[in-house]
Write a protein that binds this ligand. Structure first.
Ligand code: ADP
Ligand code: ZN
Ligand code: ZN
Length: 751
């Protein structure tokens, strides 16, 4: 790399304080050592900060004399590989954010801070042994003799400090031995491995010696062939729930590893990582180092060590949530994105990237294969398959021909008529749970993670007030009693009675996991154990794991949780799944509502009847006629996608166009409102070609933590040209200091 003319100037991207690459000179002592991706310390104004070498410049292109020199090279090895550097540049452009936060997300804080792996001092006798008269020569140093005696019996280096303490000998004795050449000091790095106690369990006893089904064999052959070809490809693996997708991933991974490559395995939730890790360790050897876990809940030490073993190429399988897409594996051959449809892959903070899409891009940079797996692929991915950008493989049958569970729709409108207060659990569902308890079988109850509870629903006929122009549910605003559309800002007074059936009962509703847990505990016999899992528990990873373990062991009869437990978990003794509020997504102010409802129901259905006994699913709904609910009964993806795509096409929604959300926020509602209006006027006078603008309108969550939020939505065919046109107008727009604006490209959550 250093060549004949080692560069005397480099471009450095500071990691804080400045969002632009700066040019520095390279003092002679570092010349020839610097590579793109190296971490360096640089002077920046009066401060000293860290930066990443983004490119080397030939010496003759620059007036090197005027440049400031870098202060230090923090690590000899680059902290970013060329592909990650390239990926960072692309992300910064595509997601309209500065490079700084992107790089920060790629390099663990401890590495940025210059920390190294933890190592301890070891002592042992020299490799070529000690002279036979060594002990005699030590007759006047009994302590040294004792230590040498101990060391020579060990046969391998031992930790220095612990040994001295154990023998009750001072450090002088060790120094004495080393001075005489009778002992040597060495260092050993101590690895902090996350989930090292997961010794690797198969998901089922059969997994160890299973034979691939024909469909599994066909799909894995297709993927393996692409991996061997060494060409970039994105392939959808559409497999119904319980069809054995994991086995196909594993086959593909084996292929990538056998070619000397590395693998990234992305899962939507951190909570699913341990389960996946233990299946992986079972399959790819008990050596826990080869498989590492990568996610935001790792301790700084665990993270640093994982990072180091990845960069050294020791850990060749990295499992984790979205940020694992940045794991610095060398020679990437395969990226698996499991449950690719999950909104959790989208980061809701800057940089607002979509983990799946970044995975595809990273695979492209490495000429690797990216496998997107799901039982309910996103419409974006289906669209890409349709137009030939992605290829696809499918698993259409459950393993052993097990049936998809029966899905019973419970019409909550009828239930409403029967009970005085709005029903939360229907009598049918309660009866079914009691029966399971008597039969010593387990149940899972799902409710939606998030409901804004601000849409209006008629409990008698299921009517939801929608915007006539946008086909989304309107939101009720307590402040003025109006309903508003969050796309186009159309508003009207909230009706006093249901426009469809004239019932006066029209109202808003919602309830949390805690409430359901209490109700279920009251309804079941005293001895029944009911437990709840919700988002707050994700941070306490041990608690979460304990609950899942107890559930697996049958110590818990009913598990109540949000859809996060719908994903990827496999419990053979669960024969009943209840969905408390199936159509809550339908009442949300989002054009993806039907898609989310469909996905949820199909995924949830997949949790029942995974063992030998058939499963049943009870779905409580106010909208049994809704297409998303009807199609989900038979897991009919094709039928659903056809109908839903037609709607998306008509309105020009994704996947037919990209959606960019432009959020304005500030403490003063008047100011935010004013600026967002002014901005709209700018766009009206100088329209952006090939883009449609909707809004401004108050965001569905109009106020968060004292900040008022208004947004505009842009629909465009092509993101990059659109952003550059937008930026031209934005750079000349005088925004008040107290109002911030944020762009969210390929926005997933309209909250
Ligand atoms: P999916 O991810 O498609 O929902 P999984 O990969 O979790 O399905 O597989 C479901 C179950 O089927 C697991 O218990 C797995 O061990 C088992 N399984 C997968 N493939 C086979 C096979 N070829 N023969 C027998 N059992 C299998
Ligand atoms: Zn509207
Ligand atoms: Zn009604």
């Amino acid at each position: 790399m250093s060549g004949k003319n080692p560069p005397r100037a480099i471009e450095v991207q500071p990691l804080s304080g400045f969002n632009q690459a700066l040019t520095y000179s390279v003092p002679a002592k570092f010349s020839g050592q610097l590579l793109p991706g190296c971490l360096v310390a640089i002077p920046l104004g009066p401060r000293r900060t860290m930066g990443i070498v983004s490119s080397l410049k030939p010496a003759d292109t620059l007036p090197a004399g005027k440049l400031k020199p870098i202060s230090a090279l923090v690590r000899r090895e680059p902290v970013l590989s060329p592909d990650l550097l390239e990926l960072a540049r692309w992300m910064s452009g595509y997601y309209a954010c500065s490079l700084e936060p992107v790089l920060e997300g790629m390099i663990p804080a401890s590495v940025r801070g210059g920390a190294n792996e933890k190592s301890i001092r070891m002592i042992g006798i020299p490799a070529d042994g000690i002279p036979s008269d060594a002990f005699d020569a030590l007759s006047r140093s009994p302590r040294q003799k004792e230590l040498l005696d101990y060391l020579s019996k060990q046969g391998k280096p031992v930790p220095l400090n612990d040994t001295l303490k154990y023998l009750g000998i001072g450090e002088g004795a060790a120094k004495g031995l080393m001075a005489k050449g009778l002992a040597e000091e060495s260092r050993r790095t101590v690895r902090r491995v996350a989930y090292a106690d997961d010794l690797g369990e198969p998901a089922s006893e059969a997994e160890s010696e299973l034979v691939l089904t024909d469909e599994q064999a066909k799909s894995s052959a297709e993927i393996k062939q692409s991996i061997r070809a060494g060409l970039f490809e994105t392939r959808l693996l559409h497999g119904v729930t319980g069809s054995g997708k994991t086995e196909v991933y594993f086959e593909a991974m084996e292929e990538a590893l056998s070619l000397g490559g590395s693998v990234l395995f992305l899962v939507p939730e951190v909570a699913l990582a341990p389960q996946t890790v233990s299946r992986l360790r079972h399959r790819f050897g008990k050596q826990s180092e080869q498989v590492v876990v990568w996610h935001s809940h790792l301790s700084a030490g665990e993270r640093l060590d994982a990072w180091s073993s990845i960069t050294r190429g020791e850990a060749r399988i990295v499992v984790g949530a979205r940020s694992a897409v940045f794991a610095p594996v060398p020679n990437l051959r395969l990226v698996v994105v499991d449950e690719e449809h999950e909104p959790a892959y989208k980061q809701e903070d800057t940089p607002r990237y979509h983990g799946r899409d970044v995975a595809v891009y990273r695979a492209m940079l490495n000429r690797a294969v990216c496998v997107l797996g799901s039982a309910t692929p996103s419409l974006e991915t289906l669209h890409n398959v349709e137009r030939g950008k992605y290829s696809s493989s499918s698993l259409t049958r459950r393993i052993d021909g097990r049936e998809l569970p029966l899905i019973h729709l419970i019409d909550m409108r009828r239930e409403s008529l029967r009970q005085k207060t709005p029903p939360i659990l229907s009598t049918q569902l309660v009866e079914a749970m009691r029966q399971r308890y008597t039969d010593r079988e387990q149940s899972i109850l799902f409710l939606n993670r998030r409901g804004f509870n601000t849409t209006m629903l008629c409990p008698e006929c299921g009517h939801v007030e929608q915007c006539k122009d946008c086909s989304i549910a309107m939101t009720f605003h307590r402040t003025d009693g109006y309903l508003r559309c969050h796309l186009c800002s159309y508003r009207k007074p909230a009706p006093k009675s249901c426009p469809s059936c004239q019932s006066f009962d029209i109202r808003r509703k919602g309830h949390g996991t805690q409430r359901i847990e209490d109700i279920v505990s009251d309804l079941l016999p005293r001895k029944a154990t009911v437990m709840r899992i919700d988002a707050d528990m994700m941070t306490k990873k041990n608690l979460f794991r304990e609950i899942l373990r107890d559930f697996r062991l049958g110590k818990i009869d009913v598990l109540v949780g949000t859809q996060m437990i719908a994903k990827g978990l496999d419990f053979p003794n669960v024969t009943l799944v209840g969905v408390i509020d199936a159509d809550l997504p339908l009442r949300m102010e989002d054009f993806r509502a039907s898609e989310r409802a469909f996905q949820l129901l199909v995924q949830v259905g997949g949790r029942a009847g995974r063992g030998d006994r058939a499963g049943e699913v009870y779905v409580q709904t106010y909208a049994p006629h809704e297409p998303s609910i009807q199609y989900s009964r038979k897991a009919d993806l094709r039928g659903f996608a056809e109908e839903e795509m037609a709607m998306r096409k008509e309105f020009g929604y994704p996947p037919y166009r990209h959606l960019v959300r432009h959020l304005f926020r500030g403490r003063s509602n008047e100011k935010v409102d004013f600026y967002v209006d002014q901005w709209r006027k700018v766009l009206d006078t100088k329209p952006i070609p090939n883009a449609e603008v909707k809004g401004p309108a108050p965001a569905p969550l109009e106020k968060i933590k004292g900040y008022y939020r208004h947004h505009l939505l842009y629909f465009t065919n092509s993101v990059r040209p659109f952003l550059s046109e937008l930026e031209k107008r934005r750079s000349g727009f005088p925004l008040d200091k107290e109002v911030q604006d944020v762009l969210d490209v390929d926005c997933q959550q309209l909250s």
